[in-house]
Each structure stands twice: as C-alpha cells, then as structure tokens.
Design a protein around this ligand. Structure first.
Ligand code: GLU
Length: 320
C-alpha cells in the first residue's frame, strides 16, 4: 500500500492573505486529509527584502481564523522542519554543491539587464537565456564577475536533446514544454546567494516528502522547470493540481495586495468565519460539515472545476 500522501501550502508572506490563497490552502489540506495524509505549512520567506514585517504571523492568524490548521508547520514543528525557507539556506547550498559536482549547474556572470538588452525583450519579461556563460570555464566566469564587481548566479544546465516535459495536471489542462528551448538554463541560485524559488521549492518538497502539490495556476508555467530539477536530483515529482484563479466581481484577478478581498479585511468588516468557510468549500465542490477537517471526507481535488471562480463578498451584515 502506498504511504499516506503529504501535501503543503507554501505561501510567500509578501502581503495580506486573500480569498484566492485561502482557497488554495483549503484545497491542499482537503486533498490529503481525504486520503488520511498529512498537511504541512511552509513559509516561503526566502526573499527578506519582500517580506513585510509581521506578515508571516498575520498570514498564519488569517488561516487559523478560517478554521484551517496544519499537521506540521513553523509554529507547530514536525519531523521535516524547519518550515520556514529562511532557515533552510544550508540545504539549498548543499544541493547546489551536489549539482555542481555533477556538472548540472554552472556559474553565470550576466546581469538581468545584460540579458534583457541581448534579447531586446520588453522590460520585465523573462527572456530565454541565450547560453552566454554555459560553455565557459567556470573559473573564468568567476573572474569576469569579480572584475565587474558582481557575484555569479548559478544556472541549471538544461538538456537540448531531452524530450519535452509533459505536465499532467489533476485540474488544469496538461502543458508541454521543452525547457531548454522554451526557458533556457534557469537560475537556481541568485547572485546575492539566495536560492531561487525553483530550487528551493523542489528541494523542500523533496526533503519534506511532499507527494501532492496543490497551488495556483500562476505557477503552472514553472512546473516543467521543477520537473527538470526533480530529474536532475534523482527525485520523484509529486502529483500536480493547479487551481484556477479567483477573480474579483469585476473579472480582475485578485492580487495579494487587494485589500477588499483580504481575509483580514473581511474579518474586520464582520464577515463571519463560518460564512467564508462555507464559500471556500462550496467553490471547491466540497460539502461543509462544520469544520474543514470534517469536510475533507470524499473530497477529490481532481473534480474541482477548472474554470475561474468569481468572488462575491457577502452583503454587509451577512451572518452564518
Ligand atoms: N510561494 C509561492 C507563492 O506564494 C507558492 C509556491 C508553491 O506552491 O509552489 O506564490
């Protein structure tokens, strides 16, 4: 018999938790609880510059307010800790060294600006890496970066001859990507020594034994890169379920910072937690059985409607 599944919610504490993230969190928990598994909370606070002070504590409080709890996490501990990425840097460095010893990563002295100029990509778009430093002697790249007063980033060496990665998703349509051609060698360690999201998420999901990833479909396009990393690390990729966005009533995407759909803002407006729990469960096709854990029975994340959900806030004074 397969071991019980392990799932996680892995938010970045960069702003107020909103309805869309809460929905993802609930879906992640139900997906594993329904199969007798464990639900983990991991705080993706890699980027100290983006983390607002107190944001992690506020986010955990918002999740608890909607009635969510977790079997392992930063505030409750567990066997796979630490559960905050900021405390996991040595693991990312050790993984980088492992990849480096196998020639799977190489140093790159290019700045984002160099690459944007080379590709003439519109500002902010992620250009396909042209392979500038790929075949250089690593010592020469390090010397070049030093002369420019920069650190080096480290890029994953993608295989031009690999068959395309096909991600079969339990909710979204499958996607196919030839990572070398479509993205190029991507950064796994930034020039400032902070692990890139792509590396950290794969290292952590592997180390934490995560078998089910349920997250927003804004990360679908990252998934083939992560599959390539699982292959490079010799690990088994989890099952994927990318949930559609929750749209505001005006059809616009809910941004993390959009206050009106923030969980805290709803609480302050007097929206009852039970009302919100009911809305979240209904939007996922689950029946409200009084608590989130009790509502997990029979939940199948693969049956979640793949079309975007429109958020409708209750009229002021709505009661449970
Ligand atoms: N930390 C990411 C975010 O908040 C999610 C990472 C993931 O679920 O893989 O967008």
């Amino acid at each position: 018999m397969d071991a019980p599944p392990r799932g996680r919610f892995a938010p970045t504490p960069s702003g107020a938790l909103h309805v869309g993230s809460a929905r993802t969190a609930v879906a992640s928990a139900l997906a594993v609880w329904s199969a007798g598994g464990r639900f983990l909370l991991r705080v993706e606070d890699l980027d100290a510059a983006r983390a607002a002070p107190g944001a992690t504590a506020a986010m955990l409080a918002d999740l608890r307010w909607i009635g969510l709890d977790w079997d392992e996490g930063p505030d409750v501990g567990g066997p796979a800790g630490p559960y905050a990425q900021r405390d996991r840097a040595p693991l990312y460095q050790a993984t980088l060294a492992w990849l480096r010893d196998r020639g799977l990563v190489y140093p790159c002295a290019c700045s984002r600006r160099d690459l944007e100029q080379a590709a003439q990509a519109p500002h902010g778009a992620e250009p396909v890496y042209p392979g500038t430093c790929r075949d250089d002697d690593p010592a020469a790249v390090l010397a070049r970066a030093r002369a420019l007063g920069r650190g080096v980033s480290w890029r994953f060496r993608t295989d031009p001859d690999a068959p395309p990665v096909i991600v079969r998703d339990r909710v979204s349509a499958p996607i196919t990507q030839q990572v070398h051609r479509d993205v190029g060698d991507f950064v796994v360690m930034r020039a400032d020594g902070v692990a890139a999201y792509q590396l950290a998420v794969v290292v952590d999901d592997l180390a934490m034994g995560v078998t089910e990833v349920v997250r927003g479909d804004d990360l679908l396009a990252s998934t083939p890169r992560q599959v390539a990393l699982y292959e490079g690390l010799g690990g088994r990729a989890p099952r994927w379920a990318h949930l559609p966005l929750v749209l505001g009533g005006d059809g616009a995407r809910l941004a993390k910072r959009s206050g009106s759909m923030g969980i805290a803002a709803l609480r302050e407006r007097g929206v009852p937690a039970a009302w919100l729990r009911g809305w979240l469960l209904e939007s996922l096709g689950a029946r409200d059985q009084g608590t989130l854990r009790a509502s997990a029975g029979g939940f199948d994340v693969g049956a979640v409607d793949p079309s975007p959900v429109v958020w409708r806030a209750p009229a002021a004074g709505a009661s449970s």
